[in-house]
Design a protein around this ligand. Structure first.
Ligand code: ZN
Length: 375
């Protein structure tokens, strides 16, 4: 059965959730089967809630690539799901545009996807306390690594009544955030909120920041009401029962989507070396001028990085922060290396076996095309 015209137009119901031509194209190959497109609103214990053209449905997630923690269904994913059935199953994940992952504190140290297909990472920093630039850099690394565009929101701007003082603080943050918009806002006076609303209207956002940074207040302000009320939704489950569930993906009244998952509040770095490089782009470009390709910027002759520190064009704090984040990242990578190596090995073995099977099918066939591999 194919996806009829009326059902395609029904998928317009998904537009407030971020459905666009790109997702429509990604879903097209599956539309010939009797599947619905849907976006994951929340995940728990092997099941998830998805918004589909038929409304919110609950589905099992077990069919989607098991054992690979980076391919587990997560909030924000676009997926294909059975049109009906009890239970329904999620069948495929559409390729992610971006993904937030973290290292877990568990011994297995597996990556864990916290949110997928995020466009804007709103790093919330409170002006009620002293700025911690190193912490901002850490969140920036995480944001860049995910593929989302970071945006720094300085909350509680009303607590800095002196405009000159405020502009100094904004300037301090700008120096550690090349290529990133820095926006002071106040939920009390309304300062900056219209700009923020229009920035997030065009996509999916997450709020990052330490506790006390003002994320909940900001979420309430963007949603126009109390988040906990909005998150509790009355749904009908597969058996027609009414249930109250918590949603982690919420549509904003002024446009856009906000993902608020518990895990995102305590994020650490997860193999964010690329992200670290983007945060410290000026150090990375200086490093390109060092005499030695593998310069550690310690005491090597012809080191452009230490030269920049000496002539004052690069702050020592910035270099130390860069080193600290790289070290932290290497520790996480080292912990996961053993697991990754064995996964990669398994993958190569499987591909090798598939390749051999395809070659044999080709030889055994009547000069036609070899058997298509399943992937
Ligand atoms: Zn160097």
């Amino acid at each position: 059965m194919s996806f009829s015209a009326s059902q395609v137009s029904n998928s317009h119901a998904l537009i407030p959730y971020g459905w666009d031509e790109g997702w429509e194209a990604a879903f097209a190959p599956y539309a010939v089967w009797d599947l619905l497109p849907g976006r994951v609103l929340r995940v728990d214990r092997g099941q998830c809630d998805l918004i589909t053209p038929l409304g919110t449905v609950r589905a099992d997630t077990e069919f989607v690539v098991p054992r690979d923690p980076l391919k587990v269904v997560c909030t924000g994913d676009w997926a294909t799901v059975d049109r009906d059935g009890d239970p329904r199953y999620v069948r495929h994940l559409l390729p992610r545009r971006t993904a937030f992952a973290r290292s877990t504190s568990s011994k297995r140290s597996e990556g864990q996807i916290l949110a997928a297909n995020v466009d804007h990472a709103i790093i919330t920093v409170s002006l009620a306390v002293e700025l911690d630039l190193g912490r901002i850099e850490r969140f920036l690394a995480l944001a860049w690594e995910s593929g989302a565009q970071p945006l720094i929101v300085l909350s509680k701007a009303d607590l800095v009544p002196d405009p000159v003082g405020l502009s100094y603080l904004v300037e301090d943050v700008r120096t550690v955030a090349p290529g990133v918009q820095v926006l002071p806002v106040s939920s009390t006076t309304g300062e900056g909120l219209d700009v923020l609303r229009s920035l997030v209207a065009g996509g999916t956002s997450v709020l990052l920041g330490v506790s006390g940074a003002g994320k909940s207040t900001l979420a309430n302000t963007l949603l126009g009401e109390d988040v906990m009320d909005v998150k509790a939704a009355r749904d009908v489950d597969g058996k027609g029962r009414h249930t109250t569930t918590t949603r982690n993906l919420l549509v904003l009244p002024a446009g856009g989507v906000l993902i608020d998952t518990p895990g995102l509040r305590g994020v650490g770095l997860w193999d964010a070396e690329t992200g670290v490089g983007q945060v410290f782009s000026e150090i990375e470009s200086l490093a390109g001028e060092c005499r030695f390709h593998d310069c550690a910027h310690e005491a090597e002759p012809g080191c452009a990085v230490t030269a920049a520190v000496e002539d004052g064009s690069l702050a020592v704090r910035r270099l130390e922060s860069y080193r600290k984040l790289l070290r932290e990242n290497q520790r996480i990578v080292a912990k996961t290396d053993a697991r990754l190596r064995s996964e990669i090995l398994k993958d190569w073995k499987r591909k090798g076996a598939e390749g051999r099977a395809a070659m044999e099918a080709k030889r055994g066939g009547s000069g036609g095309r070899g058997r298509q591999s399943g992937r």
